[in-house]
Design a protein around this ligand. Structure first.
Ligand code: CA
Ligand code: CA
Length: 274
């Protein structure tokens, strides 16, 4: 009887371990000094760059690319950022089965700073999905490839045509959750330069219930100068649908973002970081 109990317990542990593997961080590219293009998720998805023109630089203390000095979710210091400089060059990772989400959800988050280039590519898993921002129209878009010939797009404008002003810093995220016949896209947006609140909205992409699986790479930034951003940082891709309180720009359990340039005295004491 005791042996049976042990076997059941061990089986439970194995099941739990397998479950944890299915939801977690796929890649977390922090662009930190010394680590530069390394993946801090533990999965070893180090970024390659198409040109040495793409730099990892010290985080500016103010202005464009300054983002947040502390990551709210983890309390980690943020000391470095990627400077993309309108060059149309990319960071990329070759395809791996870690990117194969199929009918499961995923979450993509990042800090971005637009240029004056109108539409700019934030991320693209070629022939699978991509996120864009539009400096001219204010659109935040998430598109899915239908596996045949067509991209289908969910879009949200959070703050009018000036939602993505060149040189300003933003946090953007999308939780992409395939359902029985449609895919639900939950967008998040925060204007860090203006000290705005974390905003969110839910959209639907009709007719797609599974994410296409290609052997193409995962790319950050646009592939031509006209689609390039200025800075980006803290790029995190997670399997599963993260809740608002799990996003890296929010305090765990509180579920809202730190206002980027508020004095530390305004950070809630219960976070334990002050
Ligand atoms: Ca960083
Ligand atoms: Ca693949």
């Amino acid at each position: 009887m005791r042996s049976l109990f042990i076997k059941i317990s061990l089986f439970g542990l194995v099941v739990c371990a397998a479950g944890q593997l299915s939801a977690g961080t796929v890649g977390f590219w922090r662009f930190e000094p010394g680590a530069t293009r390394a993946d801090s998720s533990g999965n070893g998805l180090t970024l390659t760059r198409t040109s040495t023109d793409l730099k990892v630089v010290d985080r500016p203390s103010s202005g464009s690319g300054s983002y947040l000095s502390i990551i709210p979710q983890t309390g980690a210091e943020n000391d470095g950022v990627a400077h993309l400089d309108g060059l149309g060059k990319r960071f990329y990772v070759a395809d791996t089965n870690l990117f194969d989400f199929g009918s499961n959800a995923f979450t993509f988050e990042t800090f971005v700073t637009p240029t004056t280039n109108g539409f700019q590519t934030v991320v693209e898993k070629v022939d699978e999905w991509r996120m864009g921002i539009n400096e001219a129209s204010g659109k935040l878009t998430l598109s899915l490839y239908d596996g045949v010939s067509e991209w289908k797009t969910a879009l949200k404008i959070f703050d009018g045509a000036t939602s993505f002003t060149a040189g300003n810093d933003y946090y953007v995220a999308a939780v992409v959750a395939p359902g029985v016949s449609n895919t639900v896209v939950s967008f998040y947006y925060q204007n860090l330069t203006a000290g705005g609140e974390l905003l969110s909205d839910v959209k639907t992409i009709a007719g797609i219930n599974s994410l296409n699986n290609s052997a193409e790479p995962f790319n950050l930034n646009g592939n031509i100068a006209g689609r390039s951003m200025d800075y980006m940082d803290e790029v995190r891709l997670s399997s599963g649908a993260l809740s608002q309180s799990e996003l890296f720009a929010t305090f765990p359990e509180l579920g809202f973002g730190v206002l980027s340039r508020v004095p530390s005295r305004m950070i809630p004491a219960e976070t334990g970081w002050i």
